[in-house]
Write a new protein. Sequence first.
Length: 331
Amino acid sequence: MRSIGPAPQGSHNARLPSQQRGWPRVSWPAQREAAGGDACRATRSALSDWIDFVDARPSPLPIPGGLSIVWRVAPTHSPRVRMKVISWNVNGIRAALKKGFLEFVKKTKPDILCLQETKAEPSQVDLDLPGYRAYWNAAEKKGYSGTAVFTLIEPERVTNGIGVAEHDREGRVITLEFEPFYLVNVYTPNSQRELTRLQYRQEWDTDFRAYLLRLERQKPVIFCGDLNVAHTEIDLANPKTNQHTHGFTPEERAAIDALVKAGFVDTFRLFTPGGGHYTWWAPFANARARNIGWRIDYFIVSGALAPRVKAAEILPQVLGSDHCPVVLELE
């Protein structure tokens, strides 16, 4: 983009993430826009691809004819960069490595990769992803639960758990703080076939929601992972016969309702309103080939981020686990 002029002394300098964090580096030359007439319209048209976050305030400089102007920021190159985040319950990272995991990462090239149910400590895994920083949260119990995040974008801070000891022993949450948002990778507890953990699951849902809301008071939140619940009847193939099955109980579904009521948005439903789209299939009765599944893996975002979501997809063709990956693209 051509430069029109330098910034005046004392002009506003907004703060954006640097290229080192995977976001465009931005310089701040000022641009002047006449407030009216053909010149104004032409200027607005020419600058239509400017950064969305602009500093717009009356210029302190006198303009002949009484016209007002605003100062706007101009990037050295377009800042509208898409970031791709992939979430996948791999059902054991060591097993996934034998089933095409590395080839999948090389092909899809995510900026950030969030894994659930890793079932391993980092020392147990021979995994080399050049360029990615790795963050792990392993459960105290060996070979159980666990989460990991691999990112090309350096976070400002990384936190394991949600600050509740009862929950944090199982390695279920990693939070990465970036300048524009928090990214929370979560593996939600299963309430179990006989609903033996349903009461615990309700405690978890309450505490996890409180954690998200605390984060959101500071900046917007993206959270992703295996939530172990199909939210509505279109999120599983056989809702009528599963009304009180773990993963589709009224209590578990109500927890997602509460998140939606709090302003969070299920990104997949921004683009795909219908049923028949699943992320987990039982490993028997040829369920996957018959597409008899459940949608229990999600990307959910604060309402403030919803306009910047440009794609949300499920990748059912990707094998290697009883779950498939889900994808979010954010501008």
